[in-house]
Design a protein around this ligand. Structure first.
Ligand code: E4P
Length: 218
């Protein structure tokens, strides 16, 4: 399973990349705006921090302008992945980019049928937003299960399921159990995956006993 970091904070990305566990990064216009950084400079910096796909989202609504924006973004680095919204124009742009061998992440997916369309259009990644579905009382993880089953039913559908809008360790655990290909996690959620009170308690007890033994290893 691949771990992406869902952030435009380069310090946080660099910190997590040092673990060797970061396979890619996702950004979106809201995260970029929050960073206050120039978009292209930011994408270049993130692309240098991680070897894998860095999703950079187009903001045009029509396919022709999306493709122009995509070319600007693709010129930044080889690991740029173009993110497009799940609209008909987004899917037209996806097909053209995929035919050119470019990676596309189709974002803002909230239904199994949308995921089916994105895969038919040639998306490298489909991004279902589990947290935002939970926010409206729907079941985000159920959608991940449905998409997994649909993609597994048809070997010609090759898109990777990139679980997005991940808000908790439980989203991560459920994604891994279902067999999602990728999860993109905000830095604080990724960091929280390691936490267990029994780990802390156990370590404390081991170290206290070790100290009593009077020994040292090095
Ligand atoms: C990532 O590609 C998405 O843009 C992101 O996960 C959305 O997360 P949010 O719903 O917490 O804003």
């Amino acid at each position: 399973m691949k771990f992406f970091v869902d952030s435009a904070d380069t310090d946080a990305i660099a910190d997590l990349a040092a673990t060797g566990m970061v396979d890619g990064v996702t950004t979106n216009p809201s995260l970029v705006a929050k960073s206050g950084r120039d978009f292209k400079e930011l994408v270049a910096e993130i692309c240098a921090l991680v070897p894998g796909p860095v999703s950079a989202e187009v903001t045009a609504l029509d396919a022709d302008t999306m493709l122009k924006e995509a070319d600007e973004l693709l010129a930044i680095a080889d690991n740029v992945c173009i993110k497009v919204p799940l609209t008909w124009d987004g899917l037209k742009a996806t097909r053209q980019l995929a035919d050119r061998g470019k990676m596309v992440n189709v974002t803002l997916c909230f239904s199994a049928n949308q995921a089916l369309l994105a895969a038919k259009a040639g998306a490298a990644f489909i991004s279902p937003f589990v947290g935002r579905l939970d926010d409206i009382g729907a079941d985000g993880m159920r959608l991940i299960g449905e998409i997994r089953q649909i993609y597994d039913n048809y070997s010609e559908l090759e898109s990777q399921i990139l679980v997005a809008s991940v808000r908790s360790p439980e989203h991560m655990r459920a994604s891994a159990l279902i067999g999602a290909d990728v999860a993109t996690l905000p830095p604080e959620v990724l960091k929280s995956l390691i936490a267990h009170p029994l780990t802390d308690k156990g370590l404390e007890a081991f170290l206290a006993d070790w100290q009593k033994s009077g020994q040292s290893i090095a």
